[in-house]
Design a protein around this ligand. Structure first.
Ligand code: PLP
Length: 353
């Protein structure tokens, strides 16, 4: 199944590999495919990266019918490219589509489009340590109509962005503010799917937190503001009494693929993992009696991000002496070794291109 390609006649200069950052640069090509209520998905194509044309009345601009995914292509030591669990991102994308009443995409076709796009722009895949090519598939409602209903037309796009090492100076713990007012997601809403609408609701709290010098906010449940949900756009983990504890997957928590990978590795190593509700009171109490040894967040961007300090109202606690704990360190090393192909992948998680 080969996808038609129109090659760019004006390739862009490549950015300085030392200054990639996250999500600032985009490659020379993109994948585009359109859907029409009568014809379904029309054949897609790879075209030069360029602005898209949307009618000013396009429904996504008014009612936010949009879903997206985020994953990475990695450069192996032998120079080849590989993807990490891409089928899981595709399945999650389709679950998001169902929740947003958007047409799903054939899994095999989706994977093939992603692979061919990465191969087309393979020169953009960085080779310096811990850098990668971020893949952003997304789908928007393009129907020009101002009534509130599901759209009858959609555009599906995949773009690529070379990204630098998340921790240029090595992995370091962050300061996190527990948000007691705004919530990320409420039960029955969109919290367990990757829909753009979720993130709009988080920006006020995130802005307040960063103005006060925090890296991210920790979200609490919408009902009682009592239970931990997520950290920024990552899943939350704690090490309490030598057991690894993470909030169970409810309809307000995004089922992270990094979260699942961590749970699988921990269980393989013989460590106990509990998926259950974790209250803020429990976090404070276990800190006081010396049983809380680690807190960290997991997601595609940072892989594992240790939390060194937690602030809530006017109280704060330091976790693990503000150092990277052994569980976070072991997970970070094991996952990045598999993702960048430095060690054999005995979990069957990677696809080499
Ligand atoms: C994407 C995302 C995550 C992490 O998912 P991964 O598949 O591990 O990248 C966690 N929480 C939220 C809210 C997210 O959007």
């Amino acid at each position: 199944m080969s996808i038609p390609i129109t090659r760019s006649t004006q390739p862009k200069p490549q950015p300085n590999p030392a200054q990639l950052g996250f999500g600032k640069y985009f490659t020379d090509h993109m994948f585009v495919m359109e859907n029409d209520v009568e014809k379904g998905w029309l054949p897609g194509q790879i075209v030069p990266y360029a602005p898209i044309t949307l009618d000013p009345a396009a429904m996504v601009l008014h009612y936010g019918q949009e879903v997206f995914e985020g994953l990475k292509a990695y450069r192996r030591p032998d120079g080849r490219a590989q993807l990490f669990r891409p089928q899981d991102n595709i399945k999650r994308f389709n679950r998001s589509c169902v929740r947003l009443s958007v047409p799903e995409i054939d899994q095999e076709y989706f994977l093939n489009a992603m692979k061919q796009l990465v191969i087309t722009d393979i020169d953009w895949l960085p080779s310096q340590p811990e850098a990668s090519l971020y893949i952003r598939p997304y789908l928007v409602a393009s129907d020009p109509f101002l009534g509130v209903r599901r759209s009858e037309r959609y555009i599906f796009i995949i773009i690529l962005s070379p990204v630098g090492a998340y921790y240029p100076g090595g992995i370091t713990p962050t300061k996190i503010l527990i948000e007691g007012e705004d919530v990320r997601a409420a039960s029955g809403g969109l919290g367990s799917v990757k829909a753009g609408a979720n993130y709009a609701a988080t920006l006020r709290a995130q802005t307040r937190a960063s103005q006060k010098g925090f890296a991210q906010v920790m979200w609490l449940d919408s009902h009682e503001r009592k239970y931990v949900e997520e950290v920024g756009t990552s899943n939350a983990f704690f090490v309490i009494d030598d057991k690894v504890v993470t909030p169970s997957l409810t309809d307000t928590i995004l089922p992270g693929i990094t979260r699942d990978s961590c749970i699988q590795l921990l269980r393989k190593w013989g460590l106990e993992v509990q998926e259950r509700a974790v209250s803020i009171d429990e976090v404070w109490e276990t800190h006081e009696n010396g049983k809380l040894s680690e807190c960290f967040a997991t997601g595609t961007a940072a892989v594992v991000s240790p939390v060194g300090e937690l602030f809530y109202r006017d109280k704060s606690i330091k976790i693990g002496n503000n150092e990277v704990g052994p569980v976070a360190r072991r997970l970070y090393d094991a996952l990045t070794d598999i993702q960048w192909g430095r060690k054999p992948d005995d979990m069957g998680w990677t696809i080499t291109l």
